[in-house]
Ligand binder design. Sequence first.
Ligand code: G3P
Ligand code: MG
Length: 351
Amino acid sequence: FFANVSRSFSQGSSQPERPSFGVAFDIDGVILLGHTPVGGSPQALRRLYDDLGTLKIPYVFLTNGGGFRESKRALELSELLGIDILPSQVIQGHSPFKQLVNRFENELIIAVGKGEPAAVMSEYGFRNVLSIEEYTSYFDGIDPLAPYKKWTARETHDHSKFKRGDIVSKRVQAAFVVSDSVDWSRDIQVLCDILRTGGLPGREIGKQPYLYFANDDLEYQANFPSERLGMGAFRIALEAIYNRVHPEPLMYTSYGKPNPSVFRNAENILGSLVIPDKSSSHIQPRFRMLYMVGDNPKVDIRGARQAGVPWFSILTRTGVFKGKENHEEFPADLVVDTVEEAVDYILRREC
Ligand code: G3P
Ligand code: MG
């Protein structure tokens, strides 16, 4: 991939010329609805490769979604879209949690959300991470509704890695909401227990541990005619309840789009997709143009607008946005029906 890309750009010159533009694609509502490709996404993405399957145009997926290791998500996207996607091309809401490893590497932390949140955090380098399901299994009675939750497998948890005595007496230093909660009642209950006791459920009030969210999306499209409640809705529910049962207001940090840092990081990753010729002292110029193709004006378009030059925002009508014109509050530079039209516009404009 890297070799091919630098070779395809090096035709006719000694220096591997990086294209002056790149693309960031949102996933939910642009590329997929649930697990179903939408808007002609497979054929649109294939136009970014040459006939030999070599990537011509650097692109990444910039999603607030997550819950699976980037390597696993890349494999799933490759199968769904019929193209070869690399883990480095997949930037998820929780990807920036990597920056917090040196702070919590050996501390006990809790990972919340669908999929494999503890595996995601372990792969980043966190050494003592438990999913909230595992953590809950150490405390009898902490979730009084558990006996009535027939839909959750009463899986037995392997307590060999962490002894019960170690867990219930060890302070949780941070909670990371990696992906969408699959059991709001349990997660709000257990997070309130952790957060209001300084990390020791059932004990006295203590200093609130750190709380991080992978995104703050109020809604997203998924595979239903109207939008679904996202992680931002879960945060609002947790915050409203926590602030009623605790004297101090909830403190937290939300990552993901529309944070400008997410777009700066995407630009760096797009730049790293083409290794400059090691022998040259040729410093790769910054991109002249970066396209953000998204479906949610308050998240994708707002983020690209706040990131400023060289970002150019393209809004599709296959997800959250369904309007005829442009979005009032966060107008995109271009509005199209599908991602296929977006790629068509980009290639006509740039090539
Ligand atoms: O949970 C995912 C949702 O919040 C948004 O996903 O791909 O549209 O950023 P995406
Ligand atoms: Mg989306």
